[in-house]
Design a protein around this ligand. Structure first.
Ligand code: GDP
Ligand code: ZN
Length: 310
């Protein structure tokens, strides 16, 4: 009997593929029946990135997962809009790279802000990747500078990339090393091209863990972890949605805007919604140009939407 700890790199129907990271040596496993999820609203017991304990009998044809180790963080998605059931997309993520483009498709700041709030809520550090800069660097220098000022001012790193000129690729490759990195972006932003540029052996539109491990098995899993040839691991995700299952109290939303959280220490009232209260330090910071009006407007929009759901 062999046993050990490993990371889930892919869910393939009833099987989970494991590897003892940092080594990339994938093997199949099944979940022991008695391992059950405590939170009943979660539809999948194990997600990519989960750390598990396993046993492997000498005569077994796959390992058996005996325990799911506590998660440091996770990304969840509601199964349907109306349902309270949720699916865990990935667990134990070191960093999320949110790929956006100024044009084709144009990033909508309230949408990006909602995703950033979600990352803060999940406890996942986020980096913003501004893609396809070769297409618009010259005509849009001011817009690029404005975008960067907003998000760097809020405390986020913004990396400009182009797969045509190679800008930013080495920087991201370096940052991904030794880490589990989630790449997220709307269709068309250039996420697949970026992943291919990071590691030419990867083709996100096909999938990477080859048929060798999965012959004859159900392989329709959306999420899997790939090893990057430059070091580290990548999970490709079609998109992190704003606010998943987790309910955030109105008074709490501002805590997930890092720059507002910081400023709010000086608000006269606690709790403060940073809307109408006298002595609000967040509003003062917006008026003084220390917090961007775009970010503050996104915040107000979230408060409004939040009202609609109550
Ligand atoms: P995805 O849907 O986010 O995976 O986007 P793709 O990687 O498929 O890219 C969408 C379109 O943008 C394709 O036509 C790509 O050729 C183009 N594209 C992606 N990255 C760049 C870039 O850095 N520069 C330019 N000029 N085009 C790009
Ligand atoms: Zn306030």
């Amino acid at each position: 009997m062999k046993c050990g700890e490993a990371t889930v790199v892919k869910n393939a129907g009833s099987h989970y593929l494991l590897s003892e990271l940092p080594a990339w040596d994938v093997f199949p496993s099944v979940l022991r029946g008695k391992v059950r999820l405590k939170a009943s609203e979660i539809t999948n017991p194990i997600a990519v990135g989960d750390k598990v304990k396993y046993e492997w009998a000498d005569d077994g044809d796959s390992a058996v997962i005996t325990e799911i180790l506590p998660r440091r963080n996770y990304v969840i998605r509601r199964s349907t809009n109306l349902s309270r059931q949720a699916h865990i997309i990935a667990a134990n993520v070191d960093r999320a790279y949110l790929v956006v483009s100024l044009y084709f498709p144009e990033v909508k700041l309230p949408f990006l802000d909602r995703i950033l709030v979600t990352c803060e809520l999940y406890g996942i550090p986020a980096t913003i990747v501004l893609s396809k800069t070769d297409l618009y660097r010259e005509p849009a220098a001011e817009e690029i500078a404005h975008f960067k000022a907003i998000y760097e001012g809020a405390g986020y790193k913004v990396i400009e990339t182009s797969v045509k000129t190679g800008e930013g690729i080495a920087e991201i490759r370096e940052a991904c090393r030794d880490r589990v990195n989630l790449f997220s972006g709307e269709s068309g932003v250039g996420k697949s091209s970026l992943i291919k540029a990071l590691d030419p052996s990867l083709d996100p539109k096909i999938g990477v863990i080859s048929a060798a491990h999965l012959q004859g098995k159900h392989t329709t899993s959306l999420y899997e972890m790939y090893p990057l040839s430059g070091g580290g691991y990548l999970i490709d995700s079609p998109g992190i949605r704003g606010f998943g299952l987790v309910d955030v109290e109105k008074e709490e939303i501002a805590k997930y805007f890092p720059e507002m959280l910081k400023a709010s220490a000086d608000c006269r009232f606690i709790p403060c919604t940073h809307t109408h209260e006298p002595g609000c330090a967040v509003k003062a910071a917006v008026d003084a140009g220390l917090i961007s009006p775009e970010r503050y407007n996104s915040y107000l929009g979230m408060l409004e939407e939040d009202k609609k759901f109550r």
